[in-house]
Design a protein around this ligand. Structure first.
Ligand code: SF4
Length: 229
């Protein structure tokens, strides 16, 4: 039997001026809708946030929070992870998936923190991305959440919704981040990520957007248009 053809990616044309106007209105609504929007990962301090974010790759925040509840009692500092046997870390984080890579990265990042950064999480993107397992997205999560430095985190929900809402035609996270940075005010970068993630998680789900109960229907070109999902 012939392999099923993947549907072609929807081509989107973006009017940046229009997108900038709409995102202002959309954000005003989302801020009211999700007044306490923040990352749903549980953590204390930048180091725990780094570990939790590494664990969250291909895993739900709920699962990560279950794992880190015990993990952060057992490993209290970069030193604890750096000195631990990687097999033991693997066993402790196994249920988050991809546990071999994650354990290796957490141990290596912890070692680098001790050797190069005096055991503290650095506050620049350039330094953060030198740590094992920390890419641009994770660095942005740390900057915005742990240090209050404006940064947009392009996770799977932000990528999907930005296209669906007509804010960018890019699905490459770095290109998308630059597009969004042009139309979202810098002071709103963190709140943009948090509220859009919540909208994507609870209302505008990948396969079944709930347009009837979506607060931004009036500003969304894809509202009630399955062909644009
Ligand atoms: S109106 Fe529909 S497609 Fe648009 S963001 Fe809301 S749920 Fe998603």
């Amino acid at each position: 039997m012939a392999a099923k053809k993947k549907p072609a990616k929807r081509k989107i044309k973006i009017d940046k001026k229009d997108a900038a106007k709409r995102i202002k209105k959309i954000l005003a609504i989302l801020k009211r809708e999700f007044p306490d929007a923040r990352t749903e990962l549980n953590y204390k301090g930048a180091f725990q946030l780094m570990v939790a974010t590494i664990l969250s790759a291909q895993c739900t925040d709920v699962r990560v929070n279950i794992v880190t509840k015990d993990l952060f009692k057992k490993y209290k500092s970069p030193k604890d992870f750096a000195q631990a046997n990687v097999k033991e870390i693997e066993a402790d984080i196994k249920s988050t998936g991809f546990y071999r890579n994650k354990a290796k990265n957490i141990k290596a990042a912890s070692q680098a923190l001790i050797e190069k950064f005096d055991g503290k999480i650095p506050k620049t993107r350039e330094e953060l991305v030198t740590l094992a397992g920390v890419g641009r997205k994770t660095a942005n999560v740390i900057l915005a959440n742990a240090f209050g430095i404006p940064a947009i985190s392009c996770d799977t929900h932000v990528i999907r919704l930005s296209r669906r809402i007509g804010l960018s035609a890019n699905s490459d996270p770095v290109k998308l981040e630059f597009d969004l940075a042009e139309i979202v005010e810098e002071k709103d970068w963190a709140v943009f990520s948090h509220t859009v993630i919540l909208l994507g998680r609870y209302v505008c789900k990948a396969r079944k957007p709930n347009c009837n109960n979506c607060p931004i229907t009036v500003y969304c070109p894809a509202a009630h248009k399955p062909e644009l999902w």
